[in-house]
Write a protein that binds this ligand. Structure first.
Ligand SMILES: [Zn+2]
Length: 332
């Protein structure tokens, strides 16, 4: 495995993928797994993105050579129960799509289907499905499940060979693309007129875990808020018809789920309204404060448990182990 320095060697700065301007403010210089790249926010449109990025070849090579080392835990086959009983989170996604358009009889494409649960259940609901999956490990899982798929990346397919789709789904995929504009433009060419794009991404305004050491990631060159996701979709001719931001519990992941319709007009992203830079920077500051406070409380709880244990040992009393924030358990 190559070290972090190899993967994070960057090339020149890039303009904002949403509005094309170059003025930005640095948000963070840290990332998950110490694969540290600089995250910035565009001063014009408030899009949050990695800048500069490594060379495209290096970034794409990371997925081939190193992704499994960092994220290998997600390549296990799905448990048998999830193919006999529709998981609740999937049901919620289907229900949200069905509120806009019936699923039955639709042609559905999923980008990055992973273990194929969405495709499996979409097929069960009467859709004809196809997955585009670059990972050979996931493709073998899809093959075992008998799910139609192509082992390639999005730029390896075109409407002439695979046709057009009524629905394109991508869950936790859009934030991974080296160039989100290229990906959305490709999606548009694969989607029938008035077809639907269902997108789920992490919401940069509702981080989870440490913002700098967990939430911001090498494999997420783009970070979306409800406003910037809607704007980047509009830039490629998609009109948002449903947005769901999850709840306000910052202790569990709250994702941004958008369904957008493929329309013929392409709006100017610079007309998407005033930037929200100050609001986003303030939200980050506030989040970091809350996160640090949570860590301090955890540290204080552990220290207190240690002191109690020492004093009990001195007094010859049985020692009880207390786990704060989890299940208390006596070890006698
Ligand atoms: Zn911008």
């Amino acid at each position: 495995m190559k070290d972090a320095f190899f993967w994070t060697s960057t090339t020149e700065a890039r303009p904002c993928p949403l509005c094309g301007r170059r003025e930005h403010t640095v948000v963070s210089e840290r990332m998950q797994h110490s694969l540290d790249l600089v995250t910035v926010i565009c001063n014009e449109c408030s899009f949050v993105f990695t800048n500069p990025l490594p060379a495209r070849e290096t970034y794409e090579r990371f997925y081939r050579d190193a992704y499994a080392d960092y994220y290998g835990h997600i390549t296990t086959p799905p448990p048998a129960t999830t193919v006999t009983q529709e998981p609740a989170d999937l049901r919620a996604k289907f229900e949200r799509i069905e509120r806009v358009r019936p699923l039955k009889g639709s042609r559905v494409l999923e980008l990055g289907p992973g273990q194929g649960l969405f495709l499996w259940w979409a097929q069960h609901r009467g859709c004809s499905v196809l997955g585009i999956e670059p990972s050979p490990k996931f493709c073998s899982v899809l093959a075992q499940a008998g799910l139609p798929h192509l082992q390639c990346s999005l730029d390896g397919v075109d409407a002439v060979t695979v046709g057009q789709f009524d629905i394109i789904a991508m869950f936790h995929v859009l934030e991974h693309f080296f160039d989100p504009n290229e990906a959305l433009s490709q999606c548009r060419s694969l989607l029938a007129p008035r077809g639907l794009l269902a997108v789920e991404v992490p919401n940069i305004l509702k981080p989870f875990g440490s913002l700098d050491r967990y939430f911001l990631r090498y494999v997420h060159p783009s970070s979306f808020s409800p406003t910037t996701l809607e704007a980047v979709l509009a830039k490629h001719g998609f009109r948002s018809v449903h947005t769901d931001e999850g709840g306000n519990d910052w202790r569990s992941p709250q994702n941004l789920f958008v369904i957008a319709e493929n329309q013929n007009d392409v709006s100017d992203p610079s007309l998407s309204g005033p930037g929200e830079v100050a609001q986003v920077l303030h939200a980050f500051q506030d989040y970091r404060r809350r996160w640090r406070r949570g860590l301090v409380l955890k540290w204080q709880a552990r220290r207190l448990a240690l002191l109690l244990k020492r004093s009990a040992m001195k007094a010859g009393r049985p020692v009880k182990r207390v786990i704060f924030g989890g299940r208390g358990r006596s070890t006698a």
